[in-house]
Design a protein around this ligand. Structure first.
Ligand SMILES: N[C@@H](CCC[C@H](N)C(=O)O)C(=O)O
Length: 262
């Protein structure tokens, strides 16, 4: 069977998109997803995303996300933004979307190639620089550095991702952060399930934006994040460590379309 797909990226975090509203994709085939995402033997991507019908009529669609290792995983912020652009291309939505993902309901807006995605509320009470972990739909460990350009993200990220501390909870993503100015931060991310540095991570920069505010590195409630793949913005409101109305904003791009056999 030939299955049509689109390739999208959001600031270099790239995804294979499949319209699965007619159940054409075999959802438990870990090997297939892994092979499709392989950068030498497949299409090449950090993950694969299915756009499915939602069970609830008030929602526009459902997001099913796989990491490039072939396993379904927790929320993907850039993937969610790209899926909104894909839904617009398919004619499923116009300028606004409400969709269901593994971490619950998300709202989104799209204007040209810019997609803003509303993230789940985050509780960031009692965190400090030495112990920075936040869950923004996916788990994120955060480390500050003077010079993120000098870090071996794959090696240092893996040692934290596989450390005893995160073993029982299924591991973590790891973000290395350098302050550039009052409200701009450089971020490099090691992604669990890709097991390497990716060019950008949406839930990662969301975690960083909240962490830099919660630890007093910036007072701003709009934080600009520069990743190897491009620039993102995170805005939020904060009530005593309870972060809400969190929006992740940035560009998305369609790269190409094709078909794979399975
Ligand atoms: N690229 C993502 C995060 C995807 C999930 C992550 N790899 C995990 O398994 O925790 C993003 O943009 O948020």
């Amino acid at each position: 069977m030939n299955i049509p797909f689109y390739k999208f990226h959001g600031t270099g975090n790239d995804f294979i998109m499949v319209d699965n509203r007619n159940d054409i994709f075999s959802k438990n085939n870990t090997n297939l997803v892994h092979e499709l995402c392989h950068r030498r033997f497949g299409i090449g991507a950090d993950g694969l995303i299915l756009l499915e019908n939602s069970d609830n009529a008030s929602e526009d669609f459902k997001m099913v996300y796989y990491n490039s290792d072939g396993n379904q995983s927790s929320m993907c912020g850039n993937g969610g933004r790209c899926l909104v652009a894909f839904a617009k291309l398919l004619g499923v939505i116009n300028e606004k979307a409400t969709f269901n993902a593994i971490d619950g309901l998300h709202e989104a807006t799209i204007d040209g190639d810019i997609v803003s995605l509303k993230m789940q509320d985050v509780l960031a009470k009692g965190i400090n620089e030495d112990e920075l972990f936040l869950d923004t739909g996916s788990p994120h460990h955060i480390l500050f550095s003077e010079q993120v350009g000098d870090i071996n993200v794959k090696q240092d990220g893996a040692s934290i991702r596989y450390s005893e501390k995160y073993e029982s909870s299924g591991g973590t993503n790891v973000n290395f952060v350098q302050q550039k100015d009052e409200n701009t931060f450089l971020v490099r991310t090691y992604e669990r399930g890709v097991e390497d540095e990716t060019y950008s991570c949406g839930t990662g920069v969301t975690a960083v934006a909240i962490a830099v505010n919660a630890t007093g590195k910036t007072d701003s409630n709009i934080v600009f994040l520069e990743t190897p793949g491009g620039k993102l913005r995170v805005s939020f409101e904060n009530n005593n460590g309870n972060y809400y109305n969190i929006w992740l904003t940035g560009p998305t791009a369609k790269v190409f379309k094709g078909e794979f056999e399975c």
